[in-house]
Design a protein around this ligand. Structure first.
Ligand code: UD1
Ligand code: CA
Length: 454
């Protein structure tokens, strides 16, 4: 039987107290809805339909690059009404799997379990036992299977005592679902069309409704406010770090790391506290990341050490580099092997070849630097003339004294030495000392200024 997935994402999310539609709030750097779409894509479905409404344009634009069907729900009249919007284009012969856009931690394996437990012309709901079920719909069972779901606001005291709650995930044959949705009423405490009311109709029509329990309450938690968003963030972070630890990555404190994207690691990687990884980051074998770094969309070569307080974005290194503390690599920083960057060094759109060192207080931009270059403290490539950027080319084995300004476009020949404090604006020849600065003078007869009286 084919599978159609319907994701409900039209609600406003009033309790987030935000202008942003609820499903666009981010968890581990990705919108809530993105997590649900990823989970849906992991199952082999014929189609994935998102029911959207609040913040429609922004929500659709955020997922413009995904293969999704969109069904607009102009007024949010309840979860049953929401599913109705998706039904006209859903094949009658398919099974419909309903997911919520604000339940982001759900795992594909749990959904596979639900799908596998459900036969032809049967239904299933995903439930979980909660210590405090307040606020959720309660699952009422008879003879083992589910007989109905009653919302908190409509539940009797006995029903309110039930700990098994409805997660919102439901699997149902499409043709049957269409028929039941057509007959749905809104005579309840909230005046809404409840999706959960189809269960009683199913039971009345002799359809078996399986109640399948999720592994943990955490996996099926719904996000309604910023507190729950923060709780889910920690839960997801610990899931991501657990996976990495299982692969052999060491963490000084698994609770003090943030992965907002995908982090892949080689063998024997160690990560100290308070590191933030964003986008696609790869750390090669034996990489050591000391505390307090932000690393975004970068690849770090094997054996490299990143000392504390660095900020890298769109950068890559070869093997055995030593970076920081306080180094910054901006997009296009490409280091080869055994490169050293020291404190307060910024590298942008530059290639730095094997064994070169930029140890203190430098800016290197739009540069091609050869091997074993030594860049003195405070050296700056003056790459921008106010209108255009120009390149600096530094040959192998160049020694640059402290405080040199390299006015680009410029080329420094291999093996050249540049005197400290030089402002170099013309090509410097290979293997020679070039000094470009005013000659030192001592002024005879000069008098110290004295403060005027009165
Ligand atoms: C729903 C369930 C409840 C369950 C709980 C789990 C119903 C009637 N109740 O309650 O049994 O325990 O989820 O979290 O189904 N949505 C729309 N359009 C609407 C209404 C909702 O798209 O008109 C979307 C929301 O954006 C959200 C999801 O459906 O993603 C759930 O809606 P919400 O209002 O949060 O349902 P609950 O009252 O929490
Ligand atoms: Ca909810």
């Amino acid at each position: 039987m084919g599978l159609s997935i319907v994701i409900l994402a039209a609600g406003q999310g009033t309790r987030m107290r935000s202008d942003l539609p609820k499903v666009l709030h981010e968890l581990a750097g990705k919108p809530l809805l993105g997590h649900v779409v990823d989970c849906a894509e992991a199952l082999t479905a014929d189609d994935i339909c998102v029911v959207y409404g609040h913040g429609a344009e922004l929500v659709e634009a955020t997922f413009a690059d995904r293969e999704l069907r969109w069904a607009l729900q102009e007024q949010q009249n309840g979860t049953g009404h929401a599913v109705m919007q998706a039904m006209p284009d859903t094949a009658d012969g398919n099974a419909v799997l309903v997911l919520f856009g604000d339940v982001p931690l759900l795992m594909p394996t749990t959904l596979t379990r639900l799908i596998d437990a459900t036969g032809m012309d049967e239904m299933a709901v995903l439930s979980v036992d909660m210590d405090d079920p307040t606020g959720y719909g309660r699952v009422v069972r008879e003879g083992g299977n589910v007989s109905r779901i009653v919302e908190q606001k409509d539940a009797s005291p006995e029903e309110q005592a039930i700990a098994e709650i409805n997660t919102g995930v439901m699997l149902c044959p499409a043709a049957r679902l269409k028929g039941w949705l057509d007959r749905l009423g809104n005579d309840n405490a909230q005046g809404e069309y409840y999706l959960t009311d189809v269960i009683e109709m199913a039971v009345a029509d002799g359809v078996t409704v399986h109640g399948i329990k999720a592994g943990t309450p955490e996996e099926v938690m719904g996000i309604n406010d910023k507190k729950q968003l923060a709780t889910a963030e920690r839960a997801l972070q610990s899931r991501l770090v657990d996976e990495l630890m299982e692969q052999g990555v060491g963490f000084a404190d698994p609770a003090r790391v943030d992965i907002r994207g995908s982090l892949t690691c080689g063998k024997d990687v160690f990560i100290d506290v308070n590191n933030v990884f964003e986008g696609e980051v790869h750390l090669g074998d034996g990489v050591r990341v000391e505390s307090n770094n932000v690393i975004r969309d970068s690849r770090i070569g094997a054996g490299t050490v990143i000392h504390s307080n660095c900020h890298f974005e769109g950068a890559s290194t070869g093997a055995d580099c030593e970076l920081g503390p306080f180094a910054r690599m901006r997009p296009g920083a490409v280091l080869a092997d055994r490169v050293k960057l020291g404190n307060f060094v910024e590298i942008k759109n530059s290639n730095v070849a094997d064994g070169s060192k930029v140890n203190h207080l430098s800016y290197v931009g739009d540069t091609d630097m050869g091997e074993t270059v030594n860049v003195g403290a405070g050296t700056i490539t003056c790459n921008y003339d106010g209108a255009n950027k120009h390149r600096t080319v530094i040959g192998d084995g160049v020694f640059i004294g402290s405080g040199v300004m390299l006015v680009a476009p410029i080329e420094i020949g291999r093996g050249a030495t540049l005197g400290a404090g030089s402002v170099v604006s013309r090509a410097a020849p290979a293997d020679k000392l070039t000094v470009a600065r005013a000659r030192q003078v001592t002024v005879d007869g000069w008098k110290k200024p004295v403060k005027k009286s009165g």
